[in-house]
Design a protein around this ligand. Structure first.
Ligand code: FE
Length: 347
């Protein structure tokens, strides 16, 4: 009897695929729009295919994927968008290009501070916004964000624009902790300690430490890995070896972290497969592998980061929810403009 059922099922499947080959082919896929390079994702996605039988297709771009999903509207082939920063995850939600995903598996795998309370976005890994400090000119081995406003750092701090999403995340976390008035005072203090006008990206701040232009700089952890292993521009290895990483507020509330995460597209054509992929990416193994690809930390603090990332020190992450940080992003951005942070220090 079993044989008969199996045979009839087989015939039924064959008939369906013959009748509608496109639908059956498409049903076996999940379409991923990703800011992360396909080569970095490949091992993970191959494991997903082996485990679930679902194939993956990736559309990779360096920017504009959210806008693309938006303009494609109901015809968008996107199922899952992989992006970085709470600013971009929250923007996807507010633009209306996401849909909520209800999954006990994801909820069990991802701590609540790293997912949207309405289930529209989920973090997979964290990146910490830390201090790169000159090995030669900075003796101390601990620091706080508050301390960046201390006049002892006058003319010694470098950072990228205050309006960049990474800076806004950090400033929004300060607003969440201390309120607007105190944060304004703090930010003015940091501005007055800058060595130069905010310019360039995170890595160019480390370059400026290497060249002696400043002594400490704000930056995301993973750039240390990208510099240390850079074969295309080997001089970056020298920048990296001129600095040590200080994890701010390690002794009290913890270091500010941001997210690399995922959302399900509002008009995802393969909802079930998209959910399977998101559940897979939330797993312990996937958090580790996804993190390792870019020297990031699994969102679950019980899962170890890769060896290189772990070698920079112990990350004690601020337990503030990224959703609370998102709520203060607008205020943070207004503050940056109000105090003219990007105009640099008073000379
Ligand atoms: Fe980055």
């Amino acid at each position: 009897m079993n044989f008969l059922i199996k045979t009839s099922l087989k015939i039924l499947t064959l008939t369906l695929s013959t009748l509608n080959p496109i639908a059956s082919f498409a049903d076996n896929f999940v379409n991923i729009y990703s800011y992360r390079q396909p080569a970095l994702l490949k091992p993970l996605l191959d494991a997903f295919t082996v485990q679930t039988g679902v194939n993956t297709r990736i559309l990779f771009a360096k920017k504009g994927l959210g806008q693309r999903i938006n303009s494609e509207g109901e015809n968008s082939p996107a199922d899952v968008l992989l992006t970085v920063d709470i600013g971009r995850l929250e923007a996807a939600k507010t633009q209306g290009i996401t849909q909520p995903v209800y999954s006990d598996i994801i909820v069990a795998n991802i701590p609540p501070q790293y997912r949207d309370p309405d289930n529209h976005w989920f973090g997979v890994t964290t990146r910490a916004r830390i201090i790169y400090a000159s090995k030669e000119r900075v003796q101390q081995d601990s620091i706080t964000y508050e301390e960046l406003a201390d006049p002892k750092w006058k003319g010694r701090i470098c950072t990228r624009s205050g309006q960049h999403v990474y800076s806004i995340g950090l400033i929004a976390s300060m607003v969440a902790h201390f309120g607007e008035t105190k944060t304004t005072k703090w930010l003015k203090g940091v501005k007055n300690n800058l060595a130069r006008k905010p310019t360039g990206n995170d890595r160019s701040q480390v370059k400026a430490i290497y060249s002696g232009e400043c002594d400490i700089a704000l930056g995301n952890t993973y750039y240390m890995g990208k510099m240390q292993t850079n074969t295309k521009e080997p001089e970056q290895k020298k920048w990296a070896s001129s600095v040590k990483l200080l994890f701010p507020n390690a002794k009290d509330r913890g270091t500010h972290v941001n997210l690399s995460g995922m959302v399900m597209a509002k008009y995802a054509p393969h909802i079930e497969n998209a959910k399977k992929l998101m559940e897979f990416l939330s797993s312990a193994k996937a958090q580790h592998v996804y993190g390792s690809a870019n020297y990031e930390y699994p969102v679950n603090p019980d899962i170890a980061a890769d060896e290189r990332t772990s070698s920079w020190g112990i990350l004690k992450a601020d337990s503030l929810s990224l959703s609370d940080i998102a709520k203060n992003r607008k205020t943070a951005s207004e503050l940056v403009d109000k105090i003219g942070f990007d105009n640099g220090p008073l000379l």
